[in-house]
Design a protein around this ligand. Structure first.
Ligand code: AMP
Ligand code: ZN
Length: 433
């Protein structure tokens, strides 16, 4: 189902014209309202008038998260404070958070793109949307909520936590659409089994899962365990929250709502804009935001862009599943690797359960990675030989697939902490030494 055919299936030349008109306004807006952009533009001898085509955007400076942190709490609004009606805050743990301020119009834009995202996953007013993303300063809960309300779906604002109660509500209210992080979706399946409920027999049809990286094999695992289609949703607080991009039923990348968010992919080292299909860091410019407008914001997320029309009829571009964040890339003895790549290998292995953690340590001056992985409950840990054999097998699989030697340690079922929001995959013990 397509929520807004006019914009989602727009002729690309017309879309580019619209983007350019909006972009000119945004560039002027940040230049006039935010001293830090004014300074950056001047340092590069640029004025908003220098932007005559979409290609000219390349000349303009990139914006980093650290610059936004400096504006905490009210320093980065591009609308007067009295027009701001809602705040959200990014969930990063280092330094001061980034604040996004929304005007009434911004909330309308958010509801619109979220309605498109939900519809992209087939949601209609007949659906019961079980929204287990956290409500609060995190954008997940309210973002989904606004979109579901606009569609007229029946929204269950359950937020995260109390998983048994969630399952009871799902059974009684016959929830059809599950919205939460992929790791929480798995946990719901696990708890359902534990209390004797077959998760495949719930009324759930589709999951709209995001807020953290997850691999193709994780998708398969969730689809099998819950008996649903698992679709990916992408967004970030700095830009708006969820609803920047959403996967359609073709499962071949997430449609980015390009009339509101202008994407570029750059080489994270040089800042150079890459061609369609090349892997790099996603950079976004807001085209319609009032409260917090951003030009060329470096998301830190690694992906590729695809401008080919999709089988679903949409003409807007797609971004690939996010491989990880630039800051989460591990460099182990010269091999660059993202946790999602390790996940993808692990989940092909028969004995492995989809619960793992990556422990980083420094031993004799070298970084070492140990994968802690749960195995099925019927693995007998007293059979040391057998455990060692499985560990060695998994180590070999990882080495064959990724060219990386890691240690694998099997742990008993349910020993790795479950997450209700974003899962913590990396435990970095290097800094404490
Ligand atoms: P926050 O603003 O705190 O919710 O975090 C936004 C960040 O979460 C993004 O920049 C991504 O790193 C990550 N993220 C959000 N959605 C996805 C997704 N579908 N796949 C991978 N990472 C995601
Ligand atoms: Zn599509």
């Amino acid at each position: 189902m397509i929520w807004n055919k006019e914009y989602e299936c727009m002729d690309r030349d017309n879309l580019r014209d619209l983007q350019l008109t909006r972009l000119k306004e945004v560039v002027r807006r940040v230049y006039e309202r935010l001293p830090f952009y004014g300074k950056k533009f001047s340092e590069n001898h640029l004025h908003p008038d220098a932007l005559k085509s979409l290609e000219d955007l390349k000349k303009f400076p990139l914006t980093r998260k650290s610059e936004l942190r400096e504006g905490y709490p009210f320093g980065l609004f591009t609308a007067p404070l009295e027009k701001i009606v809602e705040f959200h805050i990014s969930s990063g743990t280092t330094g001061k958070p980034v604040v996004n301020g929304y005007t009434r119009k911004d909330i309308q834009v958010w509801s619109e793109v979220m309605a498109r995202a939900l519809a992209c996953a087939g949601t209609t007013s007949k659906d019961v949307v079980h929204n287990a993303y956290g409500y609060g300063l995190f954008t997940g809960g309210l973002g989904i909520h606004y979109g579901a309300q606009l569609i007229g779906a029946k929204t269950i604002p359950i937020s995260g936590g109390q998983t048994r109660r969630q399952i009871m509500i799902m059974q009684d209210f016959k929830s059809t659409v599950l919205t939460c992080t992929p790791s929480y979706a798995l946990h719901i399946a696990e708890v359902a089994e534990e209390i004797g409920v077959d998760p495949r027999k719930l009324s759930l049809r589709v999951g709209i899962l995001g807020a953290e990286p997850w691999s193709e094999n994780m998708r398969k695992e969730i689809e099998v365990q819950l008996g649903i289609d698992a679709l990916d949703i992408y967004g970030l607080t700095e830009i708006i929250g969820p609803g920047v991009a959403q996967e359609c039923e073709a499962k071949e990348g997430m449609h980015i709502f390009e009339d509101h968010f202008l994407p570029e992919v750059i080489d994270p080292k040089t800042g150079k804009v890459l061609e369609e299909g090349e892997e790099g860091e996603l950079v976004l410019t807001t085209l319609t935001r009032e409260g917090t407008s951003l030009v060329r914001y470096r998301t830190g997320d690694i992906t590729r862009i695809n401008y080919q029309p999709c089988d679903c009829g949409r003409t807007i571009a797609r971004i690939n599943k996010i491989k990880g964040r630039v800051d989460d890339m591990l460099i182990i003895r010269g091999v660059n690797i993202f946790p999602s790549q390790i996940e993808n290998v692990l989940l092909q292995i028969e004995e492995a359960e989809p619960h793992y953690q990556l422990i980083l340590e420094r031993k004799r001056g070298l970084d070492e990675l140990t994968v802690e992985l749960e195995v099925s409950p019927n693995t007998f840990f007293d059979e040391v030989k057998r455990v060692e054999k499985i560990e060695a097998k998994i180590e070999k699989e990882i080495e064959d697939a990724l060219g990386l030697r890691v240690g694998v340690r099997l742990v008993e079922s349910r020993t790795i902490e479950r997450s209700m929001g974003k899962a913590k995959r990396i435990i970095d013990k290097r800094k404490s030494k």
